[in-house]
Design a protein around this ligand. Sequence first.
Ligand code: DIG
Ligand code: MN
Ligand code: MN
Length: 384
Amino acid sequence: MPSYTPMPSDTFTFGLWTVGNIGRDPFGDPVRKPINPVEIVHLLAEVGAWGVNFHDNDLVPIDASPAERNRIVRDFNAALRETGLVVPMATTNLFSDPAFKDGAFTSNDPQVRAYALHKTMHAIDLGVECGAKTYVFWGGREGVETDAAKNPVEAIKRFREAINFLCAYVKDQGYALRFALEPKPNEPRGDIFLATVGHALAFIATLDSPEMVGVNPEVAHETMAGLNFLHGVAQAWDAGKLFHIDLNDQVVGRYDQDFRFAAVNLKAAFFLVKFLEDVGYAGPRHFDAHAYRTESYEGVKAFARGCMRSYLILKEKARQWNADADIQALLAEINAGDQAPIPYSAEAAEVLKERDFDRQALGIRGMPYEQLDQLTVELLLGVR
Ligand code: DIG
Ligand code: MN
Ligand code: MN
C-alpha cells in the first residue's frame, strides 16, 4: 500500500500567498495572523513540499528600502538552504496596488505601463536571485468593466509590447528563464484579456520570441469559464507550451474559489493527474489554492497535506487504471482497426473519394463508454 507521503521527487510547490493566506475576503476581515516568508518556508517543509513560489511583494513589501529588501532576501534564502526547499517559479504582483486599478501592461495610462515594466524587471531580478526558472504573468487587472474604456486590439498590442520588452530584457541579462502566461476569464476585472488557455496560445504565436513563452493553466480559471480543464492542458502540452500548472479546484459558475486540489471534482482531478503522469510532465505541481476561511494554521497544514495526498492517491489510481485488465480490454476494443492517419497524396485523395462506405453500418456500431466510465468510477470508489 503506497504511503502517499510527498517526496521532493513529486515536485509539489505552494506560493507564499497560499498557505500565507490570512482569510480576508470581500465580505470579511482576516481570520489568521500573518506569518512571514521564513515561517512559511518552514511550514511548507513540515508538510513535505518541494518548493515555494512568490510574487515580488509576498517576499519584499512594495515600500521596503533596499537594505530591508536585502535582509529579507538573505533570511529567505537562508531558510531555503536550511530546509532544502527550492524556488521554481516567481511572479509579479501587478494587481494589488491602486496604481494598477486599470491594468498594468494594458493600462490606458502610459506612466502606469512604464511603471509595470519597471516593477516587473526588478521582480524578475529577484526571482532569478532566488533560483526561479519559470516566470508567471497573471494579468489580474488586464481587463475592463466596460468596453467603452479600452479598445481590445489596443490592449492586446500593449500586452504584446510588454512581453516582447521583458523577453528582450531576460535575454540581455542572460537569465535561464521562461515565461508562463496564466489565463483567467474574469475577477477581479469584469472581463480579463487572454481569458483562457486558447486565447493565450494564440497570443504567444504573435510574440517576437514565442519560444520563451508558454502557459500556466489553472484548474479554477478554465473551470470558471465552463471549460474542460484537461482539454486546455492537453492543447498546451501538444503545442509544447505547458511550462507550469496551477492545481486547485472550483465549482463551475462561482467566483475563483481556489479550493484544495480535488476537493470538488474528483473525476476531473483523476483524469488530469493521469494525463500529467502518462505524458511525463516534469514541471512543478503548483497548488495555487488556500484553506477555507474557517481554518486555523493547523487547518492550513491539513489543506496543504490534502492537496499533495490527493494528488498522490489519484496518481496511484491512474497506475491502477492503466493496469486494469477489464479497462484495457475495453480500450483495445474501442481503438481496434488501423488507426494510422491517411497521408495526403493526390492519388490517396482520389482513392478515398471513390471508396464506398456503409454509412448505416458505421452508425450501428455501439461504443462501450458507459461500461468504461462505470469501471473508472468504481476504481475511484475503491471497489476495483
Ligand atoms: C492567481 O491564480 C494567480 C496569482 O496568484 C499568481 O500571479 C499566479 C501564480 O500561480 N496565479
Ligand atoms: Mn485562482
Ligand atoms: Mn494561479
